[in-house]
Design a protein around this ligand. Structure first.
Ligand code: SAM
Length: 275
């Protein structure tokens, strides 16, 4: 029998740890909505980051074949004993995936395809996205709760203030969509920002045939100093003279005064062909 989240927290005298970004969700419709947004289906292996009280874990487990849920706060063990009772396809692992090497991760989750679904502590959003997108792990999508502002950045278009290195990091591997906005009052305790659920779909073979490492370096270089022109950034971090950088931009059909934030992924790929 499934217990209400607040009853579980009361019964176990759980004390929230603010420093770990503990803002939990108990609304079943919202939890089911996040799982629906993720496209998780029967037979899928899911990695969840931040088990919390296990409310999202339970909804994922009702659909997926297997859930590996990572959490760092061992004070949640008594909570899980009640909230995850009766689920035989859930493993809770008290480890920080940000500090795990790929081999260790694979020794737990296996080497097959998996989806990430998570209501994350906000301070690990970017490192967590990068941890999966920059690895060779077979992640096929990430559906994550993020601060609304970060959600806008993840789906931003070139030449807008939200367009940033993380936008391009996602575009290098796939594409992102905001699937829903979530009001702060849906969390307990309520944080002081609204949120959005973002789904990042990894596109197999994206950028195949391109020099991926070079495109990555160009993007990092372009956003290293956002207020500088691309020529100045290429000069500072790609070992080019300004004249060489200018020539490469011109040969790629780009204006020599352009800033990195105006370039689309296709522009970066064209520029990489000049090296
Ligand atoms: N998924 C739950 C929910 O939706 O109610 C909990 C969400 S809460 C925003 C985030 C959870 O992540 C907290 O339980 C926190 O202890 C845990 N956490 C914090 N840092 C973590 C890390 N590096 N790895 C895994 N979990 C972490």
């Amino acid at each position: 029998m499934e217990m209400k989240m607040k009853d579980v927290l009361n019964a176990t005298s759980f004390r929230f740890n603010k420093a770990l970004g503990q803002n939990f969700i108990s609304d079943t419709n919202l939890l089911k909505g996040i799982v629906a947004d993720s496209g998780v289906k029967e037979g899928d292996v899911v990695v969840e980051i931040g088990t919390g009280a296990g409310t999202l874990t339970r909804q994922i487990a009702e659909v997926a074949k297997k859930v590996y849920s990572f959490e760092v706060d061992k004070n949640l063990i008594p909570v899980h004993e009640l909230s995850l009772q009766g689920l035989d396809n859930v493993d809770v692992i008290f480890r920080d995936v940000l500090k795990m090497k790929d081999d260790e991760f694979k020794s737990i989750v296996g080497d097959g395809e998996f989806k990430v679904v998570a209501n994350l502590p906000y301070y690990i959003t970017t490192p967590l996205i990068m941890r999966f997108l920059e690895s060779d792990l077979k992640v096929t999508s990430l559906t994550i709760m993020v601060q609304e502002e970060v959600g806008r950045r993840l789906v931003a278009k070139p030449n807008t203030p939200d367009y940033s290195a993380i936008t391009l990091a996602v575009l290098l591997r796939g594409s992102a969509t905001i699937t829903r906005k979530v009001n702060r009052n849906m969390f307990y305790p309520a944080p002081n920002v609204d949120s959005a659920v973002v789904r990042i779909d990894v596109e197999e073979g994206k950028l195949d045939g391109e020099d991926k490492a070079l495109v990555h370096r160009l993007v990092r270089s372009a956003f290293a100093m956002r207020r500088k022109t691309l020529v100045n950034n290429l000069n500072a971090s790609m070992g080019l003279t300004k004249a060489e950088a200018t020539e490469k931009l011109q040969n790629a059909g780009l204006d020599e005064r352009v800033r990195g934030e105006a370039l689309s992924l296709e522009d970066y790929i064209r520029l990489s062909h000049q090296f």
